[in-house]
Design a protein around this ligand. Structure first.
Ligand SMILES: Nc1ncnc2c1ncn2[C@@H]1O[C@H](COP(=O)(O)OP(=O)(O)OP(=O)(O)O)[C@@H](O)[C@H]1O
Ligand SMILES: O=C(O)[C@H](O)[C@@H](O)[C@H](O)[C@H](O)CO
Length: 223
């Protein structure tokens, strides 16, 4: 083994020449492969996000999603517009939806989001209560099916009493405050096992919530 003396006292073993040239070859090969990977990443199409704004009735999905869509210049899909009339009738009559009532609607929202991207949009913003983990998993499948499409959720977090107050104050909407508790019964709050969910506290003013949600999204645009 050759030895190279560094600052008189520290001895660093130097590899034999044949090992050194092998190492150099390997390093050059690695650098070439890294460069071509960097090139591939640069050339690849940018990620397109489906931002799904979620949470129970009254948490601010429509108010926040409309703002996000405008700020990001993306098409906006209002989930409530795609409930079949039977669902709206049920909710208007104070009857909570079941899983069976929701599957077809969730599928429609998935399709609408895909259609926007197929039509060339750089992403889209969708409102959908997505109360349960299995509903979110169902929506996630859009992103798993196609390279370059990423589904992310913005969960608007609030406590039940606050939302009862906000829904009570809201006029001209089929969903009344007596339905809010049932939304929390169905709710399966996302936790750290769903890293694609950004949780935003909505107890502040609407402007604060909108800004917080936009900041969180911008921080994840390139993920
Ligand atoms: N941060 C906030 N502070 C005060 N009021 C708010 C806030 N966010 C939303 N609101 C008000 O609360 C009500 C519910 O908001 P919004 O309709 O956007 O919620 P939503 O989640 O879309 O409801 P739903 O699911 O029932 O359609 C509206 O009257 C809205 O103006
Ligand atoms: O899954 C559900 O039970 C529904 O989507 C509701 O969340 C309402 O559509 C919405 O909140 C309107 O008030």
């Amino acid at each position: 083994m050759h030895r190279y003396t560094l600052r008189s006292s520290v001895q660093v073993p130097l590899p034999k020449m044949d090992t050194l040239s092998l190492d150099l070859d390997a390093a050059l090969a690695r650098r070439t492969s890294l460069r071509s990977k960097q090139h591939t990443v640069k050339a690849a199409a940018p990620l397109r996000h489906i931002w799904v704004v979620t949470g129970p009735a009254g948490c601010g999905k429509s108010s926040v999603a409309a703002y996000l869509a405008q700020a990001l210049d993306l098409p906006y899909i209002e989930g409530d517009d795609y409930h079949p009339p039977e669902n709206v009738k049920k909710m208007s009559n104070g009857i909570p939806l079941t899983d069976e009532d929701r599957w077809g609607w969730l599928d429609t929202l998935r399709q609408k989001a895909s259609e926007e991207l197929e039509a060339g949009a750089m992403g889209c913003v969708v409102t959908c209560s997505a109360l349960k983990r299995r509903y979110r998993d169902f929506i996630r499948q859009v992103g798993q099916a196609e390279v370059g499409i990423v589904v992310r959720f913005v969960y608007l977090r609030a406590d039940v009493e606050l939302l009862i107050q906000r829904v009570k104050a809201r006029k001209n909407h089929f969903m009344k405050d007596d339905m809010v508790r049932s939304q929390f019964v169905a709710l399966e709050e996302p936790d750290s096992s769903e890293p694609d969910v950004v949780s935003v506290d909505v107890s502040g003013s609407l402007q604060e919530v909108q800004k917080d949600a936009l900041r969180e999204i911008k921080a994840r645009m390139s993920d």
